[in-house]
Design a protein around this ligand. Structure first.
Ligand SMILES: CC(=O)SCCNC(=O)CCNC(=O)[C@H](O)C(C)(C)COP(=O)(O)OP(=O)(O)OC[C@H]1O[C@@H](n2cnc3c(N)ncnc32)[C@H](O)[C@@H]1OP(=O)(O)O
Ligand SMILES: O=CC(=O)O
Ligand SMILES: [Mg+2]
Length: 500
């Protein structure tokens, strides 16, 4: 960890500073575009390196937090891949991060099991289980509990470094490897930093270059303009890109949210089949297939609805339709948030994707340019939409401050990415004095009044409610849009008494 920190942390911090400078340019009216200095990469004829056999068929991937029961359930779920998530689905308490590492180490050591003292249920791994991928935190989050030379290390390097150090040998000896998902990258330089980290770690562990393989989430508006460049920067270590739709919406609001041309409608109106979300997923498929890389779909937020058969059927139908769109468009696989949704997605991909993937499918040839990538969704802006953002944003933050990073709220999966949408959208509507469809202007007074009213309807006994309301309100009413909700929230984790 010390070696990784000393070699790479200054670069990480410099890249984060670049994000801030770029935000200032967006705030002054600039909009994203393809880079002139990398045209040769986009125009060049090259392909990514080899894809390991066990990653050739990824039609259904389940994601989830790293707690012991969930890890076992996910590995047993019937999905092809399980992404163990130290990121959007995990509140980064010290306990969560370290226990997550222990769980993964036990998996490779062959000792992962769990006896639930509450339910009395015994959890054991099945023989046939999902291939493991690990998603470390993004470049932005520190890990305050480990310092090197008096400075906190990066959360990303902590999650990656510990996992690689403890498991590379066991995974290789088991005939598998270390596979990663890398989140929230903004540029090819940020991807290149990961490439160097991989090379250094492989070297230090005595592994040949190319032993680690990653899938990169395209979940920032800036990265969508650098898909080729990101594939190229990680050429020997990349197997695909994934449409991280929730962070993508958040990133678009955050980066362009001060510009009235990018005023967004209700969150529920921003659906994958339309406008910039549709454009980016189609572009990602061609960008990947042209280079021999997987084009993974993303997460539908619906989860099973308990005790209401009709609502449950409607939720499953929405997931099915989302997966049908993905498979028909050419995605090579998709994500689900819950074991009950594995068969739903599997049925769709089995039906619409007869081979193990769609790498050989002809490119769509659609030339998706800047205009389509920046086409904002049309739809209503309603009090109900504003209230939903407030309700979900506060309740999610409350759970996060209590150490839970993924929560079911009003029958949807909510995690850090979806909560970021909630708070940035309230911020945007207020900052731009947006009009609701009923003619009212979203101003500080309206936001405060709706927050007050929503709190009245929330259970009073929630332990972190007061702090969550304070943080959420501050973020919505701030002069500028805070880079990440989880940064100020991380500073409060310890104060809430759940971090150690
Ligand atoms: C935007 C993005 O980044 S998406 C990726 C990040 N987000 C995620 O990964 C969220 C993944 N999903 C989850 O964490 C969960 O499904 C939640 C929190 C939304 C709901 O979880 P629960 O309230 O436990 O759901 P529910 O009660 O229906 O669970 C039933 C069983 O399925 C298990 N389960 C539910 N979701 C998962 C999952 N994703 N992985 C493994 N097991 C799961 C539960 O542990 C429970 O097991 P048990 O019967 O042995 O006790
Ligand atoms: O990480 C996935 C997302 O949608 O965000
Ligand atoms: Mg994300």
């Amino acid at each position: 960890m010390a070696d990784l920190h000393r070699r790479f942390d200054a670069r990480r911090l410099a890249l984060l500073a670049e994000r801030t400078k770029r935000q200032a340019r967006f705030d002054a009216g600039e909009t994203p575009d393809f880079r002139a200095d990398t045209a040769h990469i986009r125009d060049g004829d090259w392909r990514v390196g080899s894809i390991p056999a066990e990653l050739q068929d990824r039609r259904v991937e389940i994601t989830g937090p790293v707690d012991r029961k969930m890890v076992i359930n996910a590995l047993n779920s019937g999905a092809k891949v399980f992404m163990a998530d130290f990121e959007d689905a995990t509140s980064p308490t010290w306990t969560n991060q370290v226990e997550g590492q222990v769980n993964l180490k036990d998996l490779w050591a062959g000792t992962l099991s769990f006896d639930d003292p509450k339910s009395g249920k015994a959890y054991r791994l099945k023989d046939r289980r999902a291939v493991l991928k690990v998603r470390p935190r993004g470049w932005h989050l520190p890990e305050n509990h480990l310092t090197v030379d008096g400075k906190p290390v990066s959360g990303a390097l902590f999650d990656f470094g510990l996992y690689a150090f403890h498991n590379a040998r066991a995974a290789t000896e088991a005939g598998s490897g270390l596979w990663f998902y890398l989140p929230k990258l903004e540029t090819m330089e940020e991807a290149a930093l990961w490439d160097e980290v991989f090379r250094r770690a492989q070297d230090a562990l005595g592994l040949p270059a190319g032993s680690f393989k990653a899938t990169i989430l395209i979940e920032t508006i800036t990265a969508a303009f650098e898909m080729d460049e990101i594939l190229h920067a990680l050429k020997d270590h990349i197997v695909g890109l994934n449409c991280g739709r929730w962070d993508y919406i958040f990133s678009t609001i955050k980066r362009l949210g001060g510009n009235p041309d990018f005023l967004t409608p209700d969150r529920s109106a921003m659906v994958m089949g339309d406008a910039f979300l549709n454009a980016y997923s189609l572009k990602l498929i061609d960008a990947c297939h042209r280079r021999g890389a997987f084009a993974m779909g993303g997460m539908a937020a619906q989860i099973p609805v308990k005790n209401d058969e009709a609502a449950n059927a409607a939720a499953f139908a929405k997931v099915r339709a989302d997966k049908e769109r993905e498979a028909s468009n050419g995605h090579d696989g998709t994500w689900v948030a819950h074991p009950d949704l594995v068969p739903v997605a599997m049925e769709v991909f089995d039906r619409l994707m007869p081979g193990p993937n769609q790498l050989d499918r002809p490119l769509s040839g659609q030339d998706i340019g800047r205009e389509r990538l920046l086409e904002i969704h049309q739809g209503p802006r309603t009090e109900a939409g504003l209230r939903e953002n407030i309700r979900v944003g506060i309740l999610y933050t409350e759970a996060w401050l209590g150490g839970r990073g993924a929560v079911p709220l009003f029958n949807l999966m909510e995690d850090a990415a979806t909560a970021e949408i909630s708070r940035t959208q309230v911020w945007q509507w207020r900052a731009l004095s947006a009009h609701l469809d009923d003619g009212r202007v979203v101003d500080e007074a309206l936001v405060r009044a709706l927050i007050e009213d929503e709190i009245r309807r929330m259970p009073k006994e929630l332990p972190h409610l007061e702090e969550a309301v304070r943080l959420f309100t501050d973020l919505c009413l701030a002069e500028t849009c805070e880079e990440f909700l989880t940064l100020p929230a991380y500073a409060r984790l310890e104060a809430q008494g759940v971090s150690s």
